[in-house]
Design a protein around this ligand. Structure first.
Ligand code: ADP
Ligand code: MG
Ligand code: ZN
Length: 425
């Protein structure tokens, strides 16, 4: 068989119209094309999809791509199709398809025209699908958002735990590519273990976001905090921002307060019906409102490049969550201000939320909270603490005043009798 050698860069131009690879993309793609198990750890927006899409287009057979969110699957497939002249180059298979649609997908798969099939983990638990995949030529399996496999991650999905078993039933020799934007060492080892990655090539990108400014503010009385937020938003008039709160009620209350202060704000949480949620999300994307006050239900898969600030009204439940949530600011590489209000009372609220959970979960939760508290109370460079948490080396002097502690060195922040005391150096 003659092997036609196409350079990767030519393939990139031909299929995507990009002139160069971003970060580690090229070396990752080479690893996948060499059929090695590959583990990609790259921050959100780094360009993970292309790492499996290009080799999928270049390999014989079809790649199976496991993705956790049914709602995002269609978008991803539409995006792939938009790069190609052929609609059947990519399909998805999940519970939203009709019998006729499933038949069409299967026909395209058998014809060899489809190079990428997006599946939900549930799709792989169905025996009839497994039987079908056994007969199909599959190039490799890509597991996107692989942190969903770990309870230490920020979005645990139990179905991800069964993936290894399913993949083995299809074909134990298939190369597996795991991708995630979660960089904590605990989550990483969980992924390698649970997916059974065999001596994987690991590609870890830097998680530093130099354009984000990190700040912790002591949270005092409610009215005062709201006044501070209003002032902050007025100072950044017309810019888009997200405010994260712990519970649904607070999103509504806070949004009302902001509206009363002439700020176009809407609330967003999982208790709203799907229509309202979609509508408010669109308002934010199309800038019909400036601020969205949300629970963590808001954000995953939302790609608004010019979010200029992310405010945490309550301390998040882990540093990982904090990184992901603040990561939604400044996607375009321009300014992103991340302010987190911190009080001991909010820490207790987080602990209280776990009261009915099994002991092991409470212990795990408590550890994550303690790490966040340590971050909030630290007088060290915020960026350094965050990056160290992800196992990355970073020296304070690189921060260049892009966090409160580097800008105004403090000796210590102490929490005494539920009051945060800031001692100036
Ligand atoms: P991730 O999954 O890591 O969050 P995506 O795969 O969604 O990131 O990619 C983020 C953005 O980067 C997309 O708009 C994508 O088109 C763009 N992108 C990816 N690779 C390249 C490249 N080599 N050149 C230019 N843009 C790229
Ligand atoms: Mg992605
Ligand atoms: Zn700093």
């Amino acid at each position: 068989m003659a092997v036609v050698k196409v350079s990767l860069i030519d393939a990139l131009r031909e299929h995507f119209g990009f002139d160069s690879f971003k970060g580690n993309q090229e070396i990752i793609i080479k690893s996948i094309l060499a059929r090695k198990d590959t583990f990609v750890i790259m921050p959100t927006g780094g360009g993970k999809s292309l790492c499996y899409q290009l080799p999928a287009l270049m390999s014989p057979g079809c790649a199976l791509i496991v993705s956790p969110l049914i709602a995002l699957m269609k978008n991803q497939v539409d995006l792939v199709r938009s790069y190609s002249s052929k609609d059947n180059v990519a399909h998805f298979l999940n519970s939203t398809l009709s019998k006729a649609q499933i038949k069409k997908v299967r026909t395209d798969l058998l014809s060899g025209k489809t190079k990428m099939l997006y599946v939900a983990p549930e799709t792989l638990t169905k025996a009839e699908n497994l039987e079908f995949f056994k007969e199909l030529e599959i190039s490799f399996i890509a597991v996107d958002e692989a942190h969903c496999i770990s309870e230490w991650g920020h979005d645990f999905r139990p179905e991800y735990r069964r993936l290894k078993e399913m993949i083995e039933m299809i074909n134990a020799d298939l190369p597996i590519i795991a991708l995630t934007a979660t960089a904590t060492p605990k989550v990483q080892s969980d992924i390698v273990k649970n997916l059974g990655l065999r001596d994987p090539q690991v590609y870890l990108s830097s998680f530093n976001r130099p354009n984000l400014y990190y700040e912790i503010r002591p949270k005092r009385k409610k009215e005062q905090t709201i006044r501070e937020i209003v002032k902050f938003i007025h100072l950044h008039k017309g810019k888009s921002g997200i405010i994260y709160t712990l519970n649904r009620k607070t999103t509504e209350e806070l949004a009302d307060m902001l509206v009363a202060n002439n700020i176009r704000a809407v609330a967003y949480h999982a208790g709203l019906d799907a229509g309202t949620r979609a509508q408010r999300q669109d308002m934010f994307l199309h800038e019909e409102c400036e601020v969205i006050v949300a629970t963590i239900a808001f954000g995953m898969g939302i790609d608004k490049p010019d979010v200029r600030f992310v405010i945490h009204y309550n301390i998040p439940k882990s540093l990982e969550n904090y990184y992901q949530e603040t990561g939604r600011a400044g996607r375009d590489g321009l300014e992103g201000i991340c302010v987190c209000f911190y009080s001991y009372k909010d820490v207790q609220k987080l602990e209280h939320l776990m009261r009915d959970k099994p002991l092991s979960e409470r212990e795990m939760g408590a550890q994550l909270i303690n790490e966040t508290v340590a971050y909030a109370e630290s007088s060290a460079c915020r960026r350094k603490v965050i990056l160290h948490y992800f196992g990355e080396k970073y020296e304070e002097h690189q921060c260049n005043g892009a966090c409160d502690n580097c800008r105004n060195p403090k000796e210590k922040i102490e929490v005494k009798n539920r009051v945060v005391i800031v001692l100036k150096a």
